[in-house]
Design a binder for this molecule. Structure first.
Ligand code: PHE
Length: 513
């Protein structure tokens, strides 16, 4: 406004340093003031209310040392002032001088004072050589401080610069003229042409804000993979690299038969209880599984077989036919192994479980994996949700041993960047031996459980009809745990659910194992 009013009166501002800027404490010529002026000029120029030219200046300002000299006098003057007049007092030695005015001032000041003939040596100390001095350095610095230069000329200025008492500072000032849209009031320019403006005709006299083609656009938002999906992709790639096939795990709802019975989980197992498993109420019962296999499974539970004495408890059809949300993807692994056995016998099984005949092509080793969602009726806390993802692998071949399982695991986890592994004997109804897998967590500096594994039992594989010498090992880990470790997340609710930050999902890097 000041610029517009001044222009209105004078029609041109020759030198913006002459403006009296209200609210600005320093002189208008100061660089800060001119930078503020430049901001205003640019905004007025973009509305074509004014035009301006820039002039460069070069001036000098004091360094901290220079500023100190303006206040206290030059080092040499302070040395002189500290000494007694010749014959009127004890000469002062270098050490005392340093104590009085400081090391730096004493050292530099002493030699300069000598050169100027201000002081002289007497005995082991110094005294004043002249009764009065004129502190030229201080006077010059005062002049630079107020005018930015010296009347004495460039040589004297250069000398102060060399002594690092002043530094050059480039500055700007401006000459301002009226522009085509000159006016003393700044109308806020319109940013949009509206229907109202068109109908009322006000668009004719409106000023519009110019397009700024240099402005950064709003970043476009695209889809982004959730961290769990990124880690899932990495783990999938490890499986593919190791020659695994992906299992179809699209059946979130399973029957008690496939989720538990086929895996030789006793029908009275605590995991089957309502507290641990979500059961369906509508529909509540499953289709019937293949009849022969069903009978063999029921028999091994009740009476045993394949070297086992079984659980010796009555078999419940009802328990077997209950529908539930699968508690582990091992339900699918079991079904896949059953299909593998059926195929090797020459049976085919259609999607309804009907058995046909393909002629039988014998046993083929298999490596299968899946990464999908499972459900458990658990109390939710920082590391547990009622649904999570299980990473599961199954290897079937003749004469596999526990050493194969352990060796395999070391290779697999190494590909995930986990090298320190320990195995602890554990219990699973469907595996014997069973091993819990522990990994050393370098950040937590302790061993954490990362998975569960084992060799599938004869009671599980026998009823399927796999050849006797075929052994199957399997293991399961959660997808959430390595993801949380990878991304340094310590509460699962930050990773999954409504508290997940969308921005975090969009910006989190992909992991690479
Ligand atoms: N199903 C097991 C679990 O839920 C994991 C597992 C899979 C263990 C295969 C052994 C063999 O923890």
């Amino acid at each position: 406004q000041l610029i517009l009013d001044t222009l209105n009166q004078l029609s041109v501002i020759h030198d913006t340093r002459a403006l009296v800027i209200p609210g600005q404490t320093g002189p208008a010529a100061s660089q800060d003031a001119q930078i503020a002026v430049l901001g205003a000029l640019n905004s007025l120029q973009s509305r074509e209310m004014i035009s301006y030219e820039t002039h460069e200046t070069s001036s000098h300002v004091l360094t901290p040392e220079g500023a100190q000299i303006v206040l206290q006098g030059s080092h040499e003057a302070r040395v002189w002032a500290a000494l007694p007049i010749k014959g009127e007092g004890e000469p002062i030695g270098v050490q005392d001088l340093k104590r009085k005015i400081g090391d730096e001032a004493a050292k530099v000041g002493q030699s300069r004072a000598f050169k100027n003939g201000w002081i002289t040596k007497e005995g082991s100390g110094f005294v004043k050589a002249v009764p009065t001095i004129q502190d030229i350095t201080q006077l010059e610095l005062r002049e630079v401080d107020s005018t930015g230069t010296l009347k004495a000329g460039e040589k004297a200025v250069a000398e102060l610069r060399k002594r690092k008492l002043i530094v050059q500072r480039k500055g700007q000032w401006f000459t301002v003229h009226k522009g085509p849209n000159f006016s003393t009031s700044i109308a806020k320019p319109e940013t949009d042409l509206t229907v109202d403006m068109l109908t009322s005709g006000s668009w004719k006299s409106a000023t519009f804000k110019k397009y700024n083609f240099e402005a950064d656009g709003i970043p476009t938002s695209g889809g982004a993979f959730h961290p769990l999906l990124k880690v899932r992709e990495e783990i999938r790639n490890i499986f593919f690299e190791m020659g695994f096939e992906e299992m179809p795990t699209n059946s979130f709802v399973e029957s008690g038969f496939w989720c538990f019975d086929t895996l030789f989980v006793p029908q009275l197992h605590p995991a089957r209880e309502l507290q641990d498993t979500f059961y369906l109420s509508d529909p509540s019962t499953s289709l019937r599984p293949p009849e022969d296999y069903y009978k063999r499974v029921a028999t091994v539970h009740e009476k045993g077989g394949y070297g086992s004495i079984g659980y010796r408890t009555p078999w419940s059809d009802e328990e077997s036919h209950k529908l539930l949300l699968r508690t582990h993807t091992t339900a699918t692994s079991g079904a896949m192994l059953y299909k593998l056995a059926a195929r090797c016998r020459g049976e085919t099984i259609d999607e309804h479980g009907n058995v046909g005949d393909s002629g039988g092509d014998g046993f083929r080793p298999a490596k299968l994996f899946s990464i999908d969602r499972v459900f458990r009726n658990e109390t939710m806390d920082a590391t547990h949700l009622a649904e999570f993802h299980q990473v599961e692998g199954v290897v079937a071949d003749r004469n596999l041993t526990l050493a194969d399982l352990i060796g395999f695991m070391r290779v697999f986890f190494k590909k995930m960047g986990v090298t320190d592994l320990r195995f602890k004997p554990a219990y699973n109804p469907y595996t014997e031996p069973s091993l819990e897998i522990f990994a050393f967590h370098p950040m937590l500096q302790k061993w954490v459980e990362i998975g569960n594994s084992g060799m599938f039992r004869a009671e599980m594989l026998g009823p399927m009809g796999l050849p006797k010498d075929v052994r199957v090992h399997g293991w399961g880990i959660s997808l959430e745990r390595p993801t949380m470790i990878r991304y340094g997340i310590n509460n699962i609710r930050t990773l999954v659910g409504h508290k997940t930050s969308i921005e975090g999902v969009e910006t989190s890097p992909a992991v690479m194992f």
